[in-house]
Design a protein around this ligand. Sequence first.
Ligand code: CA
Length: 228
Amino acid sequence: MRVLVVEDEVSLAETIRAGLQGEGFAVDVVHTGIDGLWAATEKPYGVYDVIVLDIMLPGMSGYEVCRHLRKRGVWTPVLVLTAKDGEYDEADALDLGADDYLIKPFSFVVLVARLRALIRRGAPRRPAVLTAGDLALDPARRRVTRAGEEVPVTPREFALLEFLMRNRGDVVSKTAIIESVWDAYFDGDPNIVEVYIGYLRKKIDQPYGKAAIETVRGAGYRIAADGG
Ligand code: CA
């Protein structure tokens, strides 16, 4: 069982190393987010069974490390270490793609138990590609394809299409879209949704002679389950 520990507090990192080695783990320790990202991605995949990742790291935060790992398709289980008074909390940790978290100071026995549980569970399956007919959206690779061709979209267009596709076949209201894709405190012009629906249609529908995104008058929008 090989563990990567990314922790900038050297004495804590060494304590974790010694403790985990005592439990029979093979342990690599790095002290920065950059080194952690390198170790977890540049070595052959599968070399680590689990990663212990501190959130508050100099340079690249654990938050960024985790986001980059998942974006690059590395699904090694990650347990993050957060500080109660830190910039991020446990909810952020799970949002950013971590599998579990511990709040410092933590009990070593609990750390070992959680790591063993994560290893037993194995690497999480990457999120499934969402499809509607020949329209496909890959949340892990942040890629949209239509009839097998990659369609470049902006992050906001991607978020809007992902929300529609997660609800494919159902009507979603403009309010629900704004709350999910913009945020609940958005106080701009709600017609922004129509504008972005227009951008998406120009990219994923019109060039292909399709009409995946339906306007449901007075109710909202729907992605046709068959892709239009
Ligand atoms: Ca730290």
